[in-house]
Design a protein around this ligand. Structure first.
Ligand code: 0O2
Length: 221
């Protein structure tokens, strides 16, 4: 088991020979998170395939996955005042992250219901930033789920953060994320207000596109 110092050195990439043996438990934990991502991705792809046969369209456009980088893990452990140990890492729920980009808002809720109905998925937390957007305008639906992974000698439940967004929500969040890193802006309140206005306009656009789909499919909104 790595000591606090060992894991810090691994996470910062400054591990001398002496701590190399400590890398194995860290790599093993990261491998488990990677497997958990694969499990969640497969579940979502299976649902997509079934849905597309049933309704002749795909509920999601794409899936992006990521393992949190060692430096981001270290930064978050420090920010949350958690120990820089494997136990500390297990207190972070977003080391494994899956982002699902859906066509329409209602597809998000349909997919979430289908995923959570599976008997091997445990729901740990649900944050609906679509019904309750963040003050800056951010919209998405976040789940923390536990999913079982089956290794040669063990079955383990691992936590994965799954974010569901429409294309419009993803467009806004991606650009806002890029803009966030520009420091020393002249009028931050004005920038924040304009970004919030963009989020509101894109939410309206999302709903309008959904209504158009209803009109096309059912002849009414
Ligand atoms: P990355 O690289 O995308 O993972 P915390 O994780 O401590 O910031 P909390 O409460 O654990 O906060 O998580 P929250 O707020 O439910 O969701 C965090 C993740 O949602 C972020 O991950 C972003 O991916 C996304 N997110 C949340 N709020 C915003 C926002 O205002 N703008 C954008 N663009 N994305 C947001 P990370 O770790 O920041 O980054």
């Amino acid at each position: 088991m790595p000591t606090k110092t060992d894991l810090e050195e691994i996470l910062t990439g400054e591990h001398p020979e002496v701590v190399l043996e400590s890398i194995e438990p860290f790599s093993r934990l990261m491998m488990r998170y990677k497997c958990a991502i694969m499990e969640v991705e497969t579940k979502l792809r299976v649902l997509n395939a079934e849905f597309s046969v049933q309704y002749d369209r795909n509920p999601f456009e794409s899936i992006k996955s990521r393992l949190k980088s060692p430096l981001s893990i270290l930064e978050k452990l420090r920010r949350r005042d958690l120990p820089v140990t494997l136990e500390g890492m297990e207190q972070l729920f977003d080391i494994a992250g899956v982002r699902v980009i859906c066509s329409f808002q209602e597809d998000i809720y349909a997919l979430v219901d289908m995923l959570l109905a599976q008997d091997d998925i445990r729901l740990i937390e649900k944050k609906d930033y679509i019904q309750h957007p963040k003050p800056n305008g951010y919209r998405s639906l976040h789940l923390i789920v536990e999913v079982p992974i089956f290794l040669s000698q063990e079955k383990r439940y691992m936590k994965v953060e799954v974010q569901f967004r429409t294309i419009a929500m993803d467009f806004w969040a991606s650009l806002e994320h890029k803009l966030k890193y520009k420091k020393d802006v002249k009028d931050p309140e004005l920038i924040a207000a304009r970004l919030r206005a963009c989020a509101e306009q894109s939410a309206l656009l999302d709903l309008e596109m959904q209504k158009i789909r209803h009109l096309i499919e059912w002849g009414q909104e």
